[in-house]
Ligand binder design. Structure first.
Ligand code: DOR
Ligand code: ZN
Ligand code: ZN
Length: 366
């Protein structure tokens, strides 16, 4: 299959090109490739949008979300690969459950995936599985998967580690760390100020970038939303934010009204960032770095994936219309969580089509 007239967004600018795809892989990238093909008519395209922070639920929490609905929501939001979190029921803390989860994704996922592995105390299970990160919960959240082991022992294993933590504990883990440490959802000014000098991977979420503390139960989340000063500090330190991840954390409306924390954000992450780029808050290149290139490097180097924009990579593409105005309508989400603090926001920038391994898996209705 030949894709003509794409404008592919990369960190080095926009590449105008034709792309040949065979058996789901990119086999040629050139200014002009002769032959008949699908005309993208100069549409902007992101290659390999990866969301490194997704709670797909399923197992005993199918009422919140399933792998199928989560990944359908992903591709509707332009995300072509999700990385799943282990605070499920049952939790992904044994090699048996990890294998179960992997085959569940293989059966049900409509996009690419990788899995994280949880740890409470028994670190010996880690060597039996192949996660992207070992996810360590150092403060309480949904699932109560708190780490009770020894930080030094875990870090000495040299597995890439992702932490959910408060600032004091984050400082301690940064001090002890000698390998790859991924700090989830950096949410406050003191946190980003501390972390900008550290050799770690810093993630921010759309909700911490766009919202501040309020009493709407739909925006209850951990870590909590901050002040306007916290929010602004994230934007002014954008250079120190390596990854933007949705922290897609679906709950039913009823659970939210009873205090559950988490926002179903995978369908709105890229659109909100496109909107922000229209308002001059960041560039398309900035988005490509944080949603595509840094995550691709991690998946390729740690798990041997072939994600990105090069010959031999999986043909994962997200076509966007940067100028299209629309209103976020949570009742139309593919996610089972049909509510959002962004519901009703009028924004500019829309995902119009998503391809995973050369197959169209999402196309906007109108
Ligand atoms: O608000 C949150 N919800 N924060 C987390 O870290 C976990 C997530 C969830 O799984 O619901
Ligand atoms: Zn978390
Ligand atoms: Zn999370």
């Amino acid at each position: 299959m030949l894709y003509k007239n794409m404008k592919v967004v990369t960190s080095r600018g926009i590449v105008e090109c034709d792309v040949q795809v065979d058996h789901g892989k990119i086999t040629q990238i050139k200014k002009d490739i002769s032959g008949e093909g699908v005309d993208f008519a100069g549409s902007l395209v992101f290659p390999s949008v990866i969301d490194l922070h997704v709670h797909a639920r399923d197992f005993n929490e199918k009422h919140k979300e399933t792998v199928k609905t989560c990944t359908e929501a992903a591709v509707a939001g332009g995300v072509t690969t999700v990385v799943d979190m282990p605070n499920t029921n049952p939790p992904v803390i044994t090699s048996e459950v990890f294998k179960m989860r992997k085959s569940l994704f293989e059966r049900e996922s409509v996009c690419g995936f990788a899995l994280n592995f949880g740890v409470v105390d028994a670190v010996d299970e880690i060597s039996k599985v192949t996660p992207l990160f070992v996810k360590v919960y150092l403060s309480d959240t949904t699932g109560h998967l708190l780490f009770k082991g020894d930080a030094k022992e875990l870090l000495s294993l040299k597995n890439p580690v992702a932490i959910h933590s408060d600032l004091e504990t984050t400082k301690k883990w940064c001090r002890l760390n000698k390998g790859i440490l991924y700090v989830c959802h950096v949410a406050s000014k003191p946190e980003i100020e501390f972390l900008k000098g550290q050799q770690v991977i810093r993630e921010a979420t759309p909700h911490h970038l766009f919202l501040t503390r309020n009493d709407n139960p739909l925006s209850a989340v951990k870590p909590p939303l901050g002040s306007e000063e916290d929010r602004k500090a994230l934007w002014s330190n954008l250079r120190s934010i390596d990854v933007i991840g949705s922290d897609h954390a679906p709950h039913t409306l009823e659970e939210k009204l009873h205090g559950a924390s988490g926002i179903a954000g995978i369908e709105t992450m890229l659109p909100l960032l496109l909107h922000a780029s229209n308002r001059g808050l960041l560039s398309l290149e900035d988005i490509a770095v944080r949603l595509c290139e840094v995550p691709c490097k991690l998946l390729n180097s740690l798990l041997g994936y072939r994600k990105g924009f090069f010959v031999g990579a999986d043909a994962d593409f997200t076509v966007i219309d940067l100028k299209r105005e629309w209103v976020i309508n949570a009742s139309e989400f593919k996610s089972k969580a049909k509510h959002s603090p962004f519901d009703g926001w009028k924004i500019r920038g829309r995902v119009v089509k998503t391809l995973v391994r050369g197959k169209t898996v999402f196309e906007v209705d109108s």
